[in-house]
Design a protein around this ligand. Structure first.
Ligand SMILES: *Cc1c(COP(=O)(O)O)cnc(C)c1O
Length: 393
């Protein structure tokens, strides 16, 4: 949509059209297609956690405004999770903040930490709210592009280093990375940490897929690297870790001065959210390791199923080490424009996907890439794979 069609929208948001997910989900509905566009699971998380939410609601816990920082039970559970899983200690009172999903955490962090004109380096392709939130905060985004390197997308550390200027305030990192499925390695994270320390940068790290890493990939929180503890805001989400994306429970962990800054912005966005769900997520975070291992194994099998189907249909398939997503290359199918391909795919094969170009500033760099979500039931993925086979014919 052009600005003449939206005469009241302010300049900072004018460049952002309606999100692609609205267009593609409407297209899926209209054509009866299988929607592998938006990343939400089509089965809910653990039954006992749903029951915990019902119990909280019935017992009158969280039905009125919860405390601004989040209910103490949840903040304690978040701190315990970071300690148990990563050996990182956070004080539940001063170093944890519950937010309305990771989406609000991203917005509040950027609104709180940026001055107008500050540069933010973000890994491109990026999650679609990053660019809009940087703009709303008056910042300038500086993309550093992940590029195909063999079977996966990789970060070029020299390019990252070269992107830092005297105006750079913040690195916005995302690992495991949506949409490429790249999981940053220990060596890459070490280099990012060294750069942040050397140039005295803040780091906001979106780790909502921390539990979804496959093969021998390992999720390492950036906050655990030398010099990072007090300059890093780490973001997590119950939507992604427990398959309750509609509950909108997210959180940050950070040093007290950063948490208090982010809380200042957050209190004038939603103030609070998701009262009863906060109690349920506290229980979810305390689930035994078998839950997380089972969740990971299930998603791993779904990844393999969809990756095989996409390869059989003739796509170039990049290796996904984490997240819900597989990025493909449509050029082996004789296509070059992912946008046109995704607009035609529902008619051609009855499947909806997302053109990665929407996640790029340099749209030409993302043109041939298309993202498919595999966080769907096995039968749905099998059906999608068999529909996509028509492309190979
Ligand atoms: C889904 C997602 C979010 C948003 O998480 P919510 O908790 O649903 O707000 C943030 N970042 C990335 C990379 C995501 O994929």
């Amino acid at each position: 949509m052009t600005s003449t069609e939206r005469p009241f929208l302010n300049r900072s948001l004018a460049e952002f059209g309606t999100t692609i997910f609205a267009e593609m989900s409407a297209l899926a509905l209209r054509t009866g297609s299988i929607n592998l566009g938006q990343g939400f699971p089509d089965t809910d998380g653990p039954e006992e956690i749903r029951e915990a939410a019902v119990r909280a609601l019935r017992d009158g816990r969280g039905n009125q405004y919860p405390p601004g920082p989040g209910v103490p039970e949840l903040r304690t559970a978040i701190a315990a999770h970071q300690q148990r899983r990563y050996g990182l200690s956070f004080d539940p009172d001063s170093e944890v903040l519950v937010t309305a999903g990771a989406t609000e955490a991203i917005a509040a962090a950027l609104l709180a930490l940026l001055e107008p004109g500050d540069e933010v380096i973000a890994l491109e392709p990026y999650y679609d709210s990053y660019a809009a939130c940087i703009a709303m905060a008056g910042g300038r985004r500086v993309p550093v592009t992940l590029r195909p390197d063999g079977s996966a997308f990789r970060l070029d550390l020299d390019e990252l280093r070269a992107a830092v200027t005297d105006r750079t305030r913040l690195l916005l990192i995302n690992t495991p990375h949506n949409p490429t499925g790249t999981v940053l390695t220990r060596a890459e994270l070490t280099a990012i940490a060294e750069l942040a320390v050397e140039r005295d940068l803040l780091v906001v790290t979106d780790e909502v897929y921390e539990h979804l890493v496959f093969d021998d990939a390992e999720h390492l929180p950036l906050a655990g690297f030398p010099g990072m503890r007090d300059r890093t805001v780490t973001i997590g989400s119950a939507g992604k870790s427990f398959s309750f994306t509609g509950w909108k429970v997210g959180w940050i962990t950070a040093a007290p001065a950063l948490v208090s800054a982010v809380r200042s912005a957050k209190q004038y966005l939603t103030y609070v959210a998701s009262g009863p769900f906060q109690y349920a997520v506290a229980e979810a975070l305390a689930l035994p390791e078998s839950y997380f291992a089972g969740f990971r194994a299930d998603m791993h099998a779904k990844r393999d199923l969809l990756a095989a189907g996409l390869a059989e249909a003739g796509f170039g398939v990049f290796h996904t080490s984490g997240t819900y997503f597989i990025t493909t290359d449509v050029r082996p199918l004789g296509e070059s424009d992912g946008f046109a391909f995704c607009r035609a795919l529902p008619e051609r094969a009855g499947v909806v996907a997302i053109p990665n170009a929407v996640f790029y500033d340099h749209r030409d760099q993302g043109a041939p890439f298309v993202r498919f979500a595999f966080c769907k039931q096995t039968g749905v993925l099998e059906d999608a794979a068999s529909r996509l086979k028509t492309l190979a014919a």
